[in-house]
Design a protein around this ligand. Structure first.
Ligand SMILES: [Zn+2]
Length: 452
């Protein structure tokens, strides 16, 4: 398809790549939901939702509108249009384990194809762990909602109200062009983010083997003895940002560094900003009473100089920043400045990870978290709706769309290399190409359609 004379990405090429590299069609056909003898297969519902995310559609209503196109119905194996109610009914009882396995298989294929090798750090693959809140509501809630009391202003008066929300922890690969999520864990009511993080990290070896990645970047929140013990057991190295919540370690490092000059210094200039950097590095500090192994601490003092206009004159303005990291990396292989770079990578990731998913992929739509219209099942002679799995199911489909689109663009598309465009533009090209699909093309998950 050509738009204004420029070559553009097309859906058949995307599908060919997915089927050839990930056997996507066969994997989609194995998915299941809780409906009984539905005329629309779980695979068709999955592919509809998956393509909705690939096309960056902002809502299920808009996806239902898009499904009015016979070519798209045919493509996903539906054979007819269907409403967003059908999507919700199927997805609220979707088998999450099948989607999780699909994400694991995709990630294992990416690693086998050396996609994470591009920016290995001293030969190591790096991952990062972070949390995100996907929705918050004062009125709609479900059995899995977390609750907090917040103060809100109503008619000029401050009142305390219960707010419902969902939060998850995700582990994402940082090295290479495809920043895929390895695993996702939802916080259960009443538990902290550190508990969910530990549960997530503990399940990775069974899903991927312990050496799927080598270095894990973590926020201060996760700087806890059980995380260090698990990492030591599995052979992962850690780079953890350190804040005042580890008061003793933080203060003993600061006291030690105050007595001596910096171990390394540098000046960096990028995007009109200049950074003067001084870094201190020490090994052998005790982490905490619960974890006796000594750790290495790196502290970076950074003066950022930016020019600002003041009364019509361009004047430099300085701001001071401090960063402290704890790491298990050895000093010989990972010199001071490299630890600093890894520490900063976690912050860079915020633009490639959750922020991207929130701003450009519609992560915060509160998909189906309080969906009451669900398939029923009989438990001990009582018929009741199945547990609501809508939110985890939809977020996993979103993560699959996020990863597979990035893989298509960065690892396959010659067009993207020849005429670089934004990834959002690629999504729009794929969406527009639906109108070019010949009607005789069968669903991409159909075993009979082996030529797609
Ligand atoms: Zn909820």
């Amino acid at each position: 398809m050509r738009q204004q004379g420029r070559p553009a990405h097309e859906l058949p090429s995307f599908a060919r790549y997915l089927n050839k590299v990930f056997d996507f069609r066969t994997a989609a056909a194995r998915l299941a939901d809780a409906r009984r003898d539905p005329d629309l297969s779980p695979s068709a519902v999955f592919l509809a939702t998956f393509h909705g995310f690939v096309f960056r559609l902002p809502s299920f209503q808009q996806l239902a509108g898009e499904l009015a196109q016979p070519a798209l119905q045919c493509w996903i194996g539906a054979g007819r249009a269907f409403s967003d109610d059908v999507l919700r009914y199927s997805l609220s009882g979707f088998q999450v384990e099948g989607l999780e396995q699909l994400l694991i298989d995709v990630n294992r294929t990416l690693k086998r194809n050396k996609v994470f090798d591009a920016d290995r750090v001293q030969g190591r693959i790096v991952a990062a762990l972070d949390g995100v809140e996907t929705l918050a509501s004062y009125s709609r809630c479900c059995d899995a909602c977390l609750e907090r009391r917040v103060w809100v202003r109503k008619g000029g008066v401050k009142v305390e109200q219960v707010q419902y929300y969902h939060r998850a922890v995700g582990c994402q690969i940082v090295t290479g062009p495809v920043k895929t999520f390895v695993a996702l864990e939802w916080l259960k009511p009443g538990e902290g983010e550190d508990t969910a993080a530990l549960r997530l990290l503990s399940k990775i070896p069974a899903q991927y083997g312990s050496r799927f990645f080598d270095i894990l970047l973590l926020d201060a929140l996760y700087a806890q003895a059980p995380v260090f013990r698990l990492a030591a057991e599995l052979g992962w190295d850690l780079v953890v940002s350190l804040k005042q919540n580890h008061r003793e370690l933080y203060q003993s490092a600061i006291r030690l560094f105050a007595r001596r000059p910096a171990d390394a210094s540098a000046v960096e200039t990028r995007a009109g900003k200049s950074y003067q950097i001084q870094v201190w590095d020490t090994e052998g500090l005790p982490f905490c009473a619960d974890y006796s192994q000594p750790v290495r601490v790196v502290r970076s003092e950074e003066t950022l100089t930016q020019n600002h206009y003041r009364q019509g004159k361009l004047e430099p303005e300085n701001t001071e920043h401090e960063w402290v990291w704890v790491t298990t990396l050895d000093r010989q292989t990972f010199p001071t400045m490299l630890v600093r770079r890894l520490g900063h990578d976690r912050w860079k990731l915020e633009n490639n990870g959750w922020n991207d998913l929130t701003q450009n992929w519609g992560l915060k739509h509160g998909f189906l978290h309080a969906c009451r219209h669900r398939p029923h099942q009989e438990v001990d002679g009582v018929r009741a709706p199945v547990p609501n799995r809508g939110l985890p199911a939809v977020v996993l489909i979103l993560l699959l769309a996020f990863t597979l689109t990035a893989a298509f663009v960065h690892c396959h598309s010659k067009l993207f290399r020849l005429c670089p465009s934004s990834v959002i533009e690629v999504a729009q090209q794929l969406r527009r190409s639906v109108s070019n699909l010949p009607l005789h093309i069968r669903a991409p998950d159909s075993p009979a359609e082996s030529s797609i």
